[in-house]
Write a protein that binds this ligand. Sequence first.
Ligand code: ADQ
Length: 467
Amino acid sequence: MSRLIVVSNRISPPAPEGASSQGGLAMAMSAALREYSGVWFGWSGESTGQYTGQIAMQRVNGITVATLDLEEQDIEEYYNGYANRTLWPLFHYRIDLTQYERSFGEGYERVNKRFAETLLPLIEPDDIIWVQDYHLIPLGRELRERGVKNAIGFFLHIPWPARELILTLPRHRQLVESLFHYDVVGFQTDEWKNAFQSYVVYDADGMTLSDGRIRAFGRTVRPQAFPIGIDAKGFAAFKNSDVAQESFTRMTESKAGRKMLLGVDRLDYSKGIDERMLAFERLLIENPKLKRKIFLLQISTRTREDVEAYQDMIHRLDALSGRINGANAEMDWIPIRNVHRMHSREELAGIYRAADVGLVTPLRDGMNLVAKEFVAAQNETDPGVLVLSRFAGAAQQMREALIVNPFSQEDVADAIKRGLAMPVAERRRRWRALMDGVEKDDVVAWRDNFVAALEEARDAGLKPPRP
Ligand code: ADQ
């Protein structure tokens, strides 16, 4: 078996079991690397006075973790700049929040060069290299320019937007051209893959070959959808833990016979949290009988607080939940419990299980793992109902959820009402079908499918050209 080198922007070292507070990508990567004698390479999350290019190596849970520190300017231009102020909003259709600064693009290219230079000495001839996400699109090109012949794959965790949006990005051709230095380029869904293909065909004079690969910029690459899943086995262990049982009991007691709607998100404008709260308020206004009988627990963890759009979002959300509570609360009932804190995986499993309706209503999301965790945490005799945005990649797979348009308060309010009233037989039927998918398409399947595609691409490249 080839050694697997995974490269991602930032490394949260695999945390001791259960104590994890990692985001979606980090959770998935620790699980994906666990069975491999792999190397995980990326930024330590620390800043250093002057960039040294030194790597810190560590063994954590059988994984070699190699990290490098970045200097302040790098972090500002590459991470807070191009990644989180340019690509993230643009790829999530928030052109109004997208900032196009020359210095961001320069920082992005500089840090990708730094990653390539530092990673180079660690690469052995048979390694396969798997680059993660939008922070590192140019890394494949940088490695190739330094003579790396290994199989290199890229996976995009976020959506690939419609071509009209990409066209607003200065130097968009250069960014897309970088992807043609990989052997395989993976997307969460066919929808994002098709959007990429459409840019290539219409804006880069590319063509689709009969074997599904695409050709442009004088190179050929295989684009393919690899929907990411959760660590279903690991999550089952969290679900059965004492901590999960305790948090379930605590939550159930605090419900005091009321029904609970639950949102769990990174505090991000793409997750549609404001719209969700407004839909919930509309439900209460249109159905006054539901008052006192239901409440919304919204758990949102703060992220990217160096970026203004995120600071604004925190204030906006607190003001909105405060207003809704002020207008609707009664002396012994508060409609929204607005919580900003991290929970351990086990605690979260207990909270998910106590919910009657899970609200996963992003305006745009590559996949969304919360939807899958919610399903995995349910009790099969009395499962909760999942309300899921059609704009999350997860909606392509999780068809038995109540699929909604998160931009429509009416649609979301109706789905919540339907979920609250759903007979137990229908809840069980829908849950069983969703759970089968969560178990089958888990993070291990995602990794194995991607690695198999990459190995196939490498082996095809090793064959002598046909006469
Ligand atoms: P994220 O945007 O981070 O991931 P998501 O897939 O929902 O989104 O993952 C969030 C993770 O953080 C989940 O595992 C969740 O349990 C955890 N989390 C959120 N709030 C928490 C809290 N308060 N306490 C503890 N844990 C919390 C990106 C893309 C997604 C894609 C993933 C993986 O944006 O679309 O699904 O990568 O590819």
